[in-house]
Design a protein around this ligand. Structure first.
Ligand code: ADP
Ligand code: MG
Length: 248
């Protein structure tokens, strides 16, 4: 695992993180001072209404976006002190829409190792992990279904052995079978590696099933952060309670 040297026991620490977007003269404060810690090796599920700032918060953890104010510490080091290549190796990210480049499945899976001057050892192993036949590796990614593409995109991220994985609604466009494959892939991989996962989902059953800790974000504020079990038994925050009882 790359650069996981972290004796703080904290994978991510947000401190008073603020972000405002300015668009066509209009200002929106999307994060209003978020403070919270994510212990190493946990699965944190992040829920809340759409537009509450979940994706924005996640994107702060690998500098796709940077905070206007406040700090984000990754493995104890402030995000702006990281070099981008080191950060990209340590923090993996996947999105609702899989981002693959034109080429074969093998081309896509080999990209990370190639950039490090290495060869991908065992593509067959990874394809089996996501219930896809080995001969799929020579097919163009354009011929794949959406579910297959997402599985490939996730495996490509895992091959880089991130110690922190950010997942932004990665199963939201998937059928139930692909969703199950993805959940199992991530869960098994996490058990093996001890990695930390921040998983944004609007699917509350999924958040409940997979999380160790759950955060409830609404309108740029972290209103509740508790063990997943306690959170879903009964949120303390009234807004969170309303959301759990009647999500959008
Ligand atoms: P969520 O993931 O919880 O749905 P987001 O973090 O995507 O929320 O967005 C929060 C708010 O920020 C929304 O109102 C959205 O329209 C706005 N927003 C997100 N990205 C940008 C951007 N690049 N420019 C302007 N506004 C943005
Ligand atoms: Mg989002």
């Amino acid at each position: 695992m790359t650069d996981s040297s972290n004796d703080t026991g904290i994978a991510i620490n947000f401190h008073e993180v603020k972000k405002t977007f300015r668009e066509r003269g209009k200002e929106t404060e999307v994060l209003k001072g978020v403070t919270g810690t994510v212990p190493s090796g946990t699965v944190l599920t992040l829920v809340g209404p759409s537009g509450s700032g979940k994706s924005t918060l996640l994107s702060m953890c690998n500098l796709l976006l940077s905070p206007d104010e406040g700090e984000v510490y990754v493995n104890g080091k402030e995000i702006r002190d990281w070099s981008i290549p080191d950060l990209r190796k340590t923090v993996g990210m996947a999105f609702q829409t899989p981002t693959l480049f034109p080429g074969t499945v093998l081309d896509n899976l080999s990209l990370g190792p190639k950039l490090r001057g290495e060869q991908l050892d065992n593509p067959g192993y990874w394809l089996r992990e996501i219930d896809l036949p080995e001969d799929l590796q020579d097919r163009s990614v354009e011929e794949l279904s959406g579910g297959q593409r997402q599985r490939i995109a996730l495996v490509r991220t895992l091959i880089n052995e991130p110690s922190i994985l950010l997942l932004d609604e990665v199963t939201s466009s998937l059928d139930p079978v692909s969703t199950q494959v993805v959940e199992t892939l991530i869960t098994d991989w996490r058990k093996k590696t001890g990695a930390t996962v921040l998983w944004v989902t609007h699917h509350l059953e999924q958040a409940r099933r997979l999380g160790d800790i759950t955060w409830y974000l609404e309108a740029g504020e972290l209103l509740e952060a508790r063990s997943t079990e306690d959170f879903f038994a009964r949120p303390e925050n009234e807004r969170a309670r309303m959301f759990v009882n009647d999500p959008e």
